[in-house]
Ligand binder design. Structure first.
Ligand SMILES: Cc1cc2nc3c(=O)[nH]c(=O)nc-3n(C[C@H](O)[C@H](O)[C@H](O)COP(=O)(O)OP(=O)(O)OC[C@H]3O[C@@H](n4cnc5c(N)ncnc54)[C@H](O)[C@@H]3O)c2cc1C
Ligand code: SF4
Length: 501
């Protein structure tokens, strides 16, 4: 029998992940973090104590059986690790790269109380990437039922809901406004953090489940949600359209040429491949001195994309201090390493006109932190007489996004005061048969939370349609009595495991 591990007996240091050098990577769109190799993954997996109370599982929004998949890695059974991951998580390669693990599973890892937490995300990525390389997929035999389900939006929320409904036997069609599926994973998060091939490989698994994708389809314009339910024969619809409507600051100079939202910059660069201009016919304003306003993940992506597009100077302007920055610490660190100049406690007052309708620079004011506001963060207060100007030719706003009003304008769905879709605790919207989840319900959140919402909505949809559900969709833990695969009770009549590759 294996000797019980203790905090003293495991490798004390977290296994580092190789990265491209900052100077080299700031000039290319290759992935920054190279991922673990075999030896590194095996070493890191040894750091898991296999704690009996498994706090990491509850720290994961989709309840991945983390110790079980890590155990499989220690046994060098990587396919087994993949099987466990895909019991609950559709996108291990994506989540291993972009989930804020430090606030989720790793944030509650027991090892983290004395040493650095087990690198759960890196191990998840290792297994997910092995699956892509080896072509592994887990496709169940699905007995079709008579239900037709429509999914609006192909981001992580829509994909997770589509997967669960397809596995339950429904005929699922995903409608996507853009020409490619993937949501923010595709149009927002740049290749150097999440390569498009990784997303495509994981979307292929959905297609193998029988999910159909209809791109270039803006629901609300081509047809409405009410028509989907009333005329197009859908028995249920999930709305996962995200919250991609940009916010502008509303200061003088907002409408100058050379002021754009981070979403526009990132979409042009990532989805429309402006970074490969002229091979791709997408224009993108190139700034020599770029000021990005905001300090969330989107802002970090915008600063780092600007560097890679050839900017000589990139500034990040944020009205609070580094401690309050909403971006993952790792992203801020990477941006700093690559040469982004951070101006904390600095607020834009106006954008200066170059006299030809373009941007000459920015006028900012220094801030200090006052009393905490309703969010619990200390409120930034302007310091009188501290205005200063600096030169810039491109200004990018990354100060948050809102719900696109199109859903509210074109359907009878009830919205809340902030314009997001109003749902009950089961994610049912105000129209019978319509469910919603992800950023369009919560406002901007995370990939894994959106996936968790998609899965929860699928469960409610099954109840609404009268499809039997195991009631245990998230966990495949010992002691539950039943095994689940992809979150489906393996005792279900229409379910059998078929390993196709
Ligand atoms: C630049 C950026 C970086 C981020 N980085 C991270 C990160 O590192 N880690 C993390 O966990 N989270 C990150 N996030 C947040 C995360 O990506 C989102 O919370 C998540 O993608 C939300 O998923 P969703 O499915 O609700 O919506 P989205 O991913 O926004 O997908 C919605 C989809 O619906 C489509 N759509 C919209 N309206 C319609 C319509 N009318 N008809 C048809 N289709 C429509 C959109 O085109 C889009 O493809 C980031 C977000 C951004 C913008
Ligand atoms: S909390 Fe950390 S050490 Fe404990 S089982 Fe989870 S990953 Fe392993």
């Amino acid at each position: 029998m294996a000797k019980k591990k203790t905090i003293r007996s495991i490798p004390q240091e977290r296994t580092p992940m190789r990265e491209q050098a900052p100077q080299a990577r700031a000039k290319n769109f290759e992935e920054v973090a190279c991922g673990y190799g075999l030896e590194e993954a095996l070493r890191e997996s040894e750091r898991c104590l296999m704690c009996p109370d498994e706090p990491c599982i509850s720290g994961c929004p989709v309840g991945i059986n983390i110790p079980a998949f890590i155990l499989k890695i220690t046994e060098k059974n990587f396919r087994g690790a993949y099987d466990i991951l895909t019991d609950t998580n559709l996108l291990p390669s994506v989540c291993g790269r972009v989930c804020p693990q430090e606030n989720q599973c790793e944030g509650v890892c027991t090892v983290g109380e004395s040493l650095e937490a087990v690198a759960i995300g890196r191990l998840e990525r290792f297994v997910g990437d092995a699956a892509i390389r080896e072509g592994w997929t887990n496709i169940p035999y699905i007995e079709p039922n008579r239900f037709k389900v429509g999914i609006v939006g192909s981001g992580p929320a829509g994909m997770a809901c589509a997967a669960d409904m397809a596995k339950a036997g429904c005929d699922v069609t995903v409608y996507e406004a853009f020409h490619q599926a993937g949501g923010v994973l595709k149009y927002g998060i740049p290749d150097f953090r999440l390569p498009n091939e990784v997303i495509d490989a994981e979307i292929d698994n959905l297609k193998k489940l029988g999910v159909k994708f209809e791109c270039n389809t803006l629901v609300g314009r081509l047809f409405t949600i009410d028509q989907m339910i009333g005329e197009m024969g859908f028995h249920a619809v999930f709305v996962g359209v995200g919250a991609g409507y940009p916010t502008m600051l509303g200061i003088p100079g907002d409408s100058l040429n050379g002021v754009l939202s981070a979403n526009e910059l990132l979409t042009r660069c990532n989805l429309m491949r402006a970074k490969e201009f002229p091979d791709y016919d997408t224009p993108l304003p190139m700034g020599k001195r770029v000021a990005v306003v905001g300090a969330g993940n989107t802002a970090m992506d915008a600063t780092r994309v600007s560097l890679r597009l050839g900017a000589e100077k990139v500034y990040c302007i944020y009205r609070r201090s580094r401690t309050e920055a909403p971006a993952r610490a790792e992203e801020v660190h990477h941006a700093e390493q690559e040469g982004v100049e951070f101006h904390w406690l600095t607020n834009p007052a106006s954008i200066l006109d170059d006299g030809k309708g373009g941007v000459l620079g920015m006028r900012c004011v220094r801030m200090e932190l006052g009393e905490p506001d309703s969010s619990g963060r200390r409120r930034p207060v302007p310091i009188a007489g501290s205005e200063f100007d600096f030169a810039a030719d491109l200004v990018v706003y990354a100060i948050g996004t809102n719900a696109n009003p199109i859903m509210g304008q074109t359907s009878s769905l009830k919205l809340n005061k902030r314009g997001y879709i109003d749902v009950d605790e089961n994610l049912a919207a105000s129209v019978a048969g319509v469910f919603a989840g992800g950023d369009i319900v919560t406002g901007a959140a995370t990939v894994i939370e959106a996936m968790g919402a998609g899965r929860k909505a699928a469960r409610s949809m099954k109840a609404y349609l009268g499809i039997r559900d195991a009631g245990l969709p998230y966990l495949n833990r010992s002691g539950t009595g039943a095994g689940t695969l992809f979150g489906i009770d393996t005792r279900e009549r229409n379910f059998a495991r078929v390993r196709v590759a």
